[in-house]
Design a protein around this ligand. Sequence first.
Ligand SMILES: Cc1cc2nc3c(=O)[nH]c(=O)nc-3n(C[C@H](O)[C@H](O)[C@H](O)COP(=O)(O)O)c2cc1C
Length: 322
Amino acid sequence: MKLYFAPLEGVAGYIFRNAFVHHYCGADRYFTPFLSNPILSHKERNDVLPENNAASPLIPQILANNSEYFLEIAKTLKDLGYSEVNLNLGCPSGTVVSKKRGAGFLSVPDSLDTFLGEIFEKCPLKISLKTRIGMEDISEWSHLLEIFAKYPFSELIIHPRLRRELYGGSVHRDAFKTAFDYLVGKKGLSADKLVYNGDICSAEDFSSLTAEFPELTKVMIGRGALKNPEIFNILHGKGEIKNPKEKLDTFYAYHDELFDSYRNIMYGEKPVLFKMKELWGWFSEYAGLDAKELKSIRKASSFTAYTSTRRQFQTQAISALR
Ligand SMILES: Cc1cc2nc3c(=O)[nH]c(=O)nc-3n(C[C@H](O)[C@H](O)[C@H](O)COP(=O)(O)O)c2cc1C
């Protein structure tokens, strides 16, 4: 089974991906958050510069509904040495959807079809698609599948939720089955072109998915990797870090690399602390923090206070092991 690290805008930029591979690793592919400017912004360029990236292979993701913009970004990426790009057809954010981009593009299937025709004809790079199953209603899915089936995508990554469901409720595994039956069963596509994505946060979630889809060869994981950075190694059968002290030390080394790297690229204490506090929302359970402890790190208003609270956490956790 191949396991992919999902694109996570605002979280998993190159600083995050680098720290992740330095301390945990395990994913077979990494994806950048979406790039949307035909001339890459400074932030976007930094995120894809090969010299900034330890995570490999890395697939840059593009958010566009204009083929010229898409091709412009793809050309820049080709010049940087990339051989594949991913198209975002899933972003549910209001500002993106209102411009008929991301999941919003699914609401205008004829324009989507024309756009796909143009990019697949002219793009010099391989193109994979990452999609939701529709905007409002599950009945949209079969027509979208007919459109996708016309194009030689390298992979179709399916997050089986509608745009209106954002990231809540349960995933529609039946819609993933519909895709499998249609594309593999009816259209004769190889099963390894399909990638499942959504709500895989534990070995139990993974076993239930693979039991339901024994032919599945690729799974993408996002939030599960934020909540448990060992997830790829666990699902690859390498097991989790057995020694509790080593587990803690690895986690805090990961944390410290993130903190130091953000301090290096961001100006001032406030934005760095904001970033780290946001990350604690994902990390707290893995690090064994209770609600009171999480609150205490969120209260830190200077690097000194933050570092002292973080040190306290590690010391307390280690003494609790004795
Ligand atoms: C904070 C956050 C940022 C995201 N950014 C992107 C993005 O830039 N591009 C994208 O295709 N999906 C993005 N997603 C969606 C994820 O890649 C993934 O499809 C979704 O979280 C479902 O997978 P999961 O349940 O394994 O997290 C984002 C999700 C979250 C929670």
